[in-house]
Design a binder for this molecule. Structure first.
Ligand code: ATP
Ligand code: MG
Length: 390
């Protein structure tokens, strides 16, 4: 619900506010730039400012501005506001107009905050503001005040140079502004887990460089289409940043692994993936690898097996979903809009052996790596191409 005449969106951050003054102001700048880029990429006009640890975006389409803000990492909530004179008269008038437009019976509350010097307190705003709402609607309704469980809340935030009146706080994703960390390579398969893992890394501020391994006879165009489409979905949260996918032709290397290995196959295959991710990361300036792996989700994802693969690369392998249940991941994939694509059927040939190792001996896994694999990896990385995500 938007107060009549609203022309500003008040945007609040969370973890950013727990930083030292310098870091906070740097992060606020990044958040402001991200919001500006998102607005631009959606053709929404707005002027964005940072003041008193809040971001204010002024423009005509406050509904669209608030939606854009709540897609930006670092944002905890956003409210389309009517901005008025920081006087009791100005606030009362704004509340009365807003009530006439939006109140339609039931219990209401006025919730006020105030900072700066005024000749009234926040309690005064609550009381006088409540009276203004009451008087505005009493001819048409039998209003009722309930501060604990209202049907509608009129929020007022009063500062030295303006007062803000709003009716809702739309939830944002929280986290930290994208771009406040160095980039990470995200291994994206087009499945349910990997886009959620990439989202989580982005949510804490790390831009991702998506890497898709084209597994040749073990993958196929449908897999690739899923991977590209899930990345496209993620671009809604990327603050207008580039999410070009590095597509690495990994078929020959995987065929070699399948032919040369038995019980350790999946672990040699995981090592192959990390090596490829590492090579792309080195060229692209990324400082780690993100995967959708979770403890115990698959036979290759046991605690012992992670211990047998992580030394394939000197880069840290980040597994944001490590402790998450599948149902929880699925529900998040639905929320962020990647689930439907990830579940499009894209049959494939099975790489896994009939009896995959679940308690690998790291030395045995290293010994199972075919000698010519590094060479195949090098060729695959050299031959990769870039798929722009529309
Ligand atoms: P997802 O985990 O995305 O749902 P999955 O569970 O079928 O797919 P696994 O075989 O469990 O995939 O692989 C674990 C992780 O390895 C994935 O989450 C992803 O990060 C990475 N991965 C798997 N296949 C590919 C691929 N073809 N290209 C890039 N990364 C991949
Ligand atoms: Mg998985």
């Amino acid at each position: 619900m938007i107060p009549p005449g609203a022309d500003t969106v008040l945007v609040r951050h969370g973890d950013v506010g727990s930083k030292s003054a310098k870091v906070q102001s740097d992060m606020e700048r990044v958040l402001r730039e991200n919001l500006e880029r998102t607005l631009e990429s959606r053709d929404i006009e707005a002027a964005v400012d940072v003041r008193w640890a809040r971001i204010f975006a002024r423009g005509d389409d406050v509904d669209a501005i608030a939606d854009a803000a709540t897609d930006a990492f670092g944002v905890v909530s956003a409210s389309p506001c009517l901005v008025v004179d920081p006087s009791m008269r100005g606030i009362r008038r704004a509340l009365a107009n807003t009530a006439r437009e939006h109140y339609d019976g039931g219990a209401f509350a006025v919730e006020a905050r105030r900072a700066g010097s005024h000749d009234f307190t926040s309690q005064d705003i609550g009381r006088d503001g409540g009276e203004a709402v009451w008087e505005a609607v009493e001819n048409d309704f039998q209003p009722e005040v309930d501060l604990d469980d209202p049907d509608i809340t009129f929020f007022v935030e009063c500062r030295d140079d303006a007062a803000y009146v709003f009716l809702e706080k739309r939830d944002g994703p929280g986290g930290l502004p994208l771009g406040t960390q160095r980039p990470l390579v995200a291994l994206v398969s087009g499945g349910i887990d990997s886009p959620v893992a990439a989202y989580e890394a982005m949510k804490r501020g790390a831009p991702v460089i998506p890497v898709y391994l084209d597994l040749g006879p073990y993958g196929g165009p449908d897999h690739e289409a899923r991977a590209i489409e899930t990345v496209r979905r993620l671009s809604a949260y990327a603050s207008g940043r580039d999410l070009t996918v590095h597509r690495v032709p990994t078929g020959p290397a995987v065929e070699r692994v399948v032919e040369a290995t038995g019980a350790e196959r999946m672990l040699v295959y995981r090592r192959l993936m990390y090596r490829i991710a590492e090579a792309v990361a080195e060229e692209a300036g990324a400082v780690g690898v993100v995967t959708g792996e979770a403890l115990g989700q698959k036979s290759s994802q046991t605690a012992a097996n992670f211990a047998a693969v992580d030394d394939a690369t000197t880069l840290p392998i980040h597994r944001p979903l490590f402790t998450r249940d599948k149902q929880d991941i699925v529900s998040q994939a639905r929320d962020i809009g990647t689930f439907d694509t990830a579940t499009v059927n894209a049959g494939c040939n099975r790489i896994a052996p009939d009896y995959p190792e679940t308690n690998a001996d790291p030395a045995a896994v290293r010994a199972a790596v075919p000698d010519d694999l590094p060479c195949l990896i090098e060729t695959a990385v050299e031959d990769r191409d870039l798929v722009e995500v529309p």
